[in-house]
Design a protein around this ligand. Structure first.
Ligand code: CO
Length: 134
């Protein structure tokens, strides 16, 4: 069911500082920031040869990453995103296995303009998992 690793997401308290780390310290190519108001985050993507790193900072009140940054004030790995061919079939399979889908269970459009879902970390080895339709 699982396809490629699409990205690893790192929550940061200050996106400009995170961009500087990836551009200057690590010498990577970083996209322009984009606001994702439906997800309560502002994001950039770091392009790597085999995958991407997503840097996230909170956007607006009640951002879903605000609590994570309270616990991890320097930032940290927030989620990993796997591609699936059919997000509805993947969701139905996971739910049948007892994995909980966050929110109302329906895919939302993610930062790549493709449907995404998030799965509860307690059901998946302590890791918040995003699925993205390939
Ligand atoms: Co993501």
């Amino acid at each position: 069911m699982l396809g490629r690793l699409n990205h690893v997401a790192i929550a940061v308290p200050d996106l400009a500082a995170g961009i500087a780390v990836y551009q200057n310290t690590l010498g990577a190519k970083v996209s322009a920031p984009q606001d994702e108001p439906d997800h309560g985050v502002r994001v950039v993507f770091v392009e790597l040869p085999n995958t991407k790193i997503e840097l996230l900072e909170p956007l607006g009140e009640g951002s879903p990453i605000a609590g994570f940054l309270e616990k991890n004030p320097a930032g940290g790995i927030h989620h990993i995103c796997y591609e699936v061919d059919d997000i509805i079939a993947a969701r139905d399979h996971l739910q049948a296995q007892g994995a909980r889908v966050l929110g109302d269970g329906e895919p939302k459009i993610g930062a790549h303009k493709k449907p995404v879902l998030f799965l509860h970390p307690k059901d998946l080895c302590g890791t918040l998992v995003e699925l993205e339709q390939a």
